[in-house]
Design a protein around this ligand. Structure first.
Ligand SMILES: Cc1cc2nc3c(=O)[nH]c(=O)nc-3n(C[C@H](O)[C@H](O)[C@H](O)COP(=O)(O)OP(=O)(O)OC[C@H]3O[C@@H](n4cnc5c(N)ncnc54)[C@H](O)[C@@H]3O)c2cc1C
Length: 368
């Protein structure tokens, strides 16, 4: 009898196992923390082992390349793009290169209720919705199968997501020649918060302000772009508010309390200089120390070029970017998630016990 994982720390929730299953015997179900895990219907399972073979948490080497990346500082040339991007707008330049070739983009979007999920984009308007980091684990749905279908149609595809999602796609695609047209861009990822806590937070904001949420935005640049200020300025409006509202309690739960991220993040296999992707994008925090002329209050990107394929692709993106190669030591100094996984606080279990017994308002009240 097959089981894809035994401890929750060993499942990143990418859903590659569910999508590869030839019997459709796997469903992704939410646990009490709101994270998705595969469940196998043993009456349908034929013990083929595909799910285990491709799992990015189990696969030897976790699909990481052996090559060492080249590191670039970069900034989009358009001020408007910088204002609408998390960092220096690298994603827009990268995805524009795909759109120019009639390709397809996959990335994290919101649905009408601000659930975070992966979607497909073929035009700039759909792509623009993927901009701005959403600090919630996105639901992959059948994204990998859609990527494969687009590749089979002869389209070029850019997939963007967390490193574990990128690795899930590598596992799903295997050594298929279709991957010649597939470009993978991951993020340096701190760790990924719970969709359930995000739901609770949205409902709390609605109760406090009245009305239904009509806009949400992590990582606004209201307080400028810097390590100290970028994680302030979560903005939202409801249909009853007349002005844009600001709140930072979700950030506090994420970064200060630290108890709301996925168990597997503490055992992340991807906090490494050796990447799963062709390109990796992130914030170039700390650039002012190494090269002050590159600092910009609207944001600066770090881009890792991870392979010859990534280098060719990066050349196609550069027309919209100002970019310069930098020594790797800068990023290694500044980016903990190129070296080690995030550590959970000792009281993580207590947080979830309190949440289960007393509810969300109690646990969020404790941080105020
Ligand atoms: C959960 C999370 C943790 C991060 N941790 C770090 C970190 O520790 N250090 C660091 O330097 N950078 C981190 N980043 C990356 C950074 O916040 C920016 O997303 C990145 O620099 C791209 O900025 P941009 O201006 O090029 O792109 P933007 O135009 O802002 O595009 C955002 C990109 O992020 C993707 N994305 C957004 N939300 C999600 C999500 N929930 N799941 C998967 N993909 C998503 C979109 O598909 C898109 O490709 C993190 C991002 C996320 C989502």
């Amino acid at each position: 009898m097959i089981s894809v994982f035994s401890n929750r720390e060993d499942c990143c929730g990418c859903s590659a196992c569910q999508q590869i299953c030839p019997q459709s015997a796997i469903v992704m179900s939410r646990d009490e923390e709101g994270f998705l895990y595969p469940e196998i219907d043993q009456t349908r399972c034929i013990d083929c082992g595909n799910c285990i073979e491709i799992c990015p948490m189990i696969h030897k080497g976790n699909y990481k390349k052996s090559s060492t990346p080249r590191f670039y500082v970069a900034r989009h040339k358009s001020q408007a793009v910088l204002r609408q991007s998390t960092s220096g707008g690298a994603f827009t330049a990268i995805s524009d290169a795909i759109l120019r070739q009639n390709g397809v983009i996959y990335g994290a979007d919101y649905d009408e209720d601000f659930h975070v999920l992966h979607r497909r984009a073929e035009i700039p308007g759909q792509r623009d919705r993927m901009r701005i980091s959403k600090y919630v684990q996105s639901d992959m749905g059948d994204t990998y199968a859609q990527v494969k279908a687009d590749l089979q149609e002869g389209r070029k595809v850019l997939f963007t997501g967390t490193p574990c999602q990128a690795a899930g796609l590598r596992g799903f695609m295997g050594s298929s020649p279709l991957t010649d047209r597939l470009y993978i861009c991951d993020l340096i990822c701190h760790s990924i918060p719970s969709p359930l806590i995000w739901e609770e937070y949205k409902r709390l904001l609605e109760r406090e302000k009245g009305g239904k949420l009509v806009s949400v935005q992590f990582r606004s640049k209201r307080h400028g772009w810097s390590r100290a200020n970028s994680n302030k300025g979560f903005l939202f409006t409801t249909d009853k508010t007349t002005e844009i509202q600001e709140d930072d309690r979700f950030y506090q739960l994420f970064f200060k309390v630290g108890a709301i991220t996925r168990p597997s993040c503490s055992q992340c296999r991807f906090t490494d200089i050796h990447r799963v992707s062709d390109l990796t994008i992130a914030d170039y925090f700390g650039i002012e120390k190494y090269s002050p002329e590159w600092f910009a209050p609207l944001g600066v990107s770090l881009i890792l070029v991870n392979s010859p394929k990534g280098a060719d692709f990066f050349d196609q993106c550069r027309q919209e970017l100002l970019a310069e190669e930098r020594p790797k030591e800068e990023a290694l100094n500044e980016q903990k998630r190129l070296r080690e996984p995030s550590q959970f606080p000792e009281n993580r279990r207590l947080f979830w016990e309190d949440y289960g017994r007393f509810g969300f308002e109690y646990v969020i009240g404790k941080i105020e």
